[in-house]
Design a protein around this ligand. Structure first.
Ligand SMILES: [Fe+2]
Ligand SMILES: [Fe+2]
Length: 322
C-alpha cells in the first residue's frame, strides 16, 4: 500500500486575490510606505483608524470648550486675539481629521452622533474645568505640549491622509504650546496673586496631562496591534516619559513646582522618575464621571441641533450647484 500526500486545500480565486492583497499591504507597511485611500486594507486596520481618527477629531472639537469659555473674559485685546486664533485652530484640526476619517468611508454626521451618544470617546483632559485665566496658559503649555508628544510621531503614521493632516496640526500645536508658556511667563513676572494662580493651575492640570497618554502599557490591549500596523509609533508609557523629560526643565525655568514629591532625575538614564498615577481617576473620567463630561456633551449636542438648519441649507446649496 502506498501513502498518498493529502490533497492541498482548494484555494478559491477570491481567496487567492485576498491573500495577494494582504501581502501587498504587509509589504507596504514593512517598507514604511504609506497606505492611501485607494489601496486595499484589512478591515481591522480600517476600523482601528476610523476609531482613532474620530476620537482625535472629537477631542479637537470638544477641546474648544474649556478655553472658549474665556474668550469673553480675556484680560486684554491681545490675549483675546491669541486665544481666538488658538480656538479656531482647534476647529480646523477637527475638520482635517473628520476629512481624513471620511477617506476611510466614515460619515461625519454619523461620527458626531456617536460622540454625542457616548459611543465614541474623546480625550479625558477636556472634562476638567478652566477656573482662572492661568488655566488657559497651563492648557497651552501642558495639554498642547502633551498633544505634540503624541502627535509628532503620527506624522509618520502609515495612513497617508492622517499623517499629512498631522504635519500641519503639529505646526499649529507648537504655536499653542508657546503662547501658553509665554502667558504663564508673563504672569510669573506679575503679582504674587498671579503667581499663585499659575501654581494652582499647574497643581490641577499636571496629573490629568500625564493621563492624556492613556493607560499604562500593561493595560493597553490595542497598542501592540496599532504599532504593528504603523498607526502608532511609540507606546503610551514611552510618550509619557518623553513628555515628563521635556516638561520638568520648563517648569524649573518658569519657577513653578510640579505637584509630585517623587519627581527626581535618574542620573543613570538622564530621565525623570515620577510618582504613581491615579488610574482610577482616568477610568472615572473616561467612563463619563469627570467634572464636566455631561456639560461638554450637552453643549456639543446643542451646537449640532441648534445649527442643523445651517447644515441643511449648505447641503441643499451644494446639491443645487453640483
Ligand atoms: Fe489641536
Ligand atoms: Fe492645540
Amino acid at each position: 500500500m502506498t501513502a498518498t500526500a493529502p490533497a492541498a486545500p482548494a484555494v478559491s480565486p477570491a481567496d487567492a486575490v485576498e491573500r495577494q492583497l494582504q501581502e501587498q499591504f504587509d509589504a507596504t507597511i514593512a517598507a514604511q510606505h504609506r497606505i492611501e485611500p485607494r489601496d486595499w486594507m484589512p478591515e481591522g486596520y480600517r476600523r482601528t483608524l476610523i476609531r482613532q481618527i474620530a476620537q482625535h477629531a472629537h477631542s479637537e472639537i470638544i477641546g474648544m470648550q474649556p478655553e472658549g469659555d474665556w474668550l469673553l473674559a480675556a484680560p486684554s485685546l491681545r490675549r483675546k486675539a491669541i486665544l481666538l486664533a488658538k480656538v479656531q485652530d482647534e476647529a480646523g484640526h477637527g475638520m482635517y481629521l473628520y476629512s481624513a476619517a471620511e477617506t476611510l468611508g466614515a460619515d461625519r454626521a454619523d461620527l458626531t452622533d456617536k460622540l454625542i451618544e457616548g459611543r465614541q470617546k474623546y480625550s479625558s483632559i477636556f472634562n476638567y474645568p478652566t477656573l482662572t485665566y492661568a488655566d488657559v496658559g497651563v492648557i497651552g503649555w501642558l495639554v498642547d505640549g502633551a498633544a505634540i508628544c503624541n502627535q509628532v510621531p503620527l506624522c509618520r503614521s502609515s495612513y497617508g491622509p492622517y499623517a499629512r493632516a498631522m504635519i500641519r496640526v503639529c505646526k499649529e500645536e507648537s504655536f499653542h504650546q508657546r503662547q501658553g508658556y509665554e502667558l504663564l511667563m508673563t504672569m510669573m513676572h506679575g503679582t504674587g496673586e498671579q503667581r499663585a494662580m499659575v501654581q494652582d493651575a499647574v497643581d490641577r492640570w499636571w496629573w490629568p496631562s500625564l493621563m492624556m497618554f492613556g493607560p499604562p502599557d500593561t493595560d493597553s490591549p490595542n497598542s501592540a496591534r496599532s504599532m504593528a500596523w504603523g498607526i502608532k509609533r511609540h507606546s503610551n508609557d514611552e510618550l509619557r516619559q518623553r513628555f515628563v523629560d521635556m516638561t520638568v526643565p520648563q517648569a524649573e525655568f518658569l519657577g513653578v513646582t510640579l505637584p509630585d514629591p517623587d519627581l527626581s532625575l535618574d542620573p543613570a538614564t538622564g530621565r525623570y522618575r515620577f510618582g504613581p498615577i491615579d488610574w482610577e481617576e482616568l477610568k472615572r473620567v473616561i467612563s463619563g464621571q469627570g467634572p464636566c463630561n455631561a456639560e461638554r456633551i450637552a453643549r456639543r449636542r446643542a451646537a449640532r441641533d441648534d445649527n442643523a438648519w445651517v447644515t441643511e441649507a449648505a447641503t441643499a446649496y451644494a446639491e443645487k450647484n453640483s
